[in-house]
Design a protein around this ligand. Sequence first.
Ligand SMILES: [Zn+2]
Length: 127
Amino acid sequence: MHELSIAESLIGILVEEARNNGIVRIKKVKLQIGELAAVVPESLAFCFELVSRETVAEGATLEFESVAVVGFCDKCDESFEVRDQFFLCPRCGGPVFELVSGRELSVSSIEGETGEENGANQSSCCS
Ligand SMILES: [Zn+2]
């Protein structure tokens, strides 16, 4: 079940992003998942819930956006959408030279609270 390792690396990214942006609690995460990434959203959401416990991302909602598979043909110098795993150029019938998108799994946005409203003690910092 590779969703578990995906969820773990996702937490790593989120914790890092939250730290960089001063987010104390992540509420919503938008993910882009390529159709070839072979990720089951429900399964990833389940694993995410497990591994996000006691992290800044605990209780965050995941939103999934699926990314179409796009191939590129070097003969025609054209990119096109690949449907139903049909990896041939619609123009010349040759094999797809390169995949432009479809395998990605990336965080497209994060929403959270920065916790600035309770900044009573802002002057002292603990670097
Ligand atoms: Zn072609």
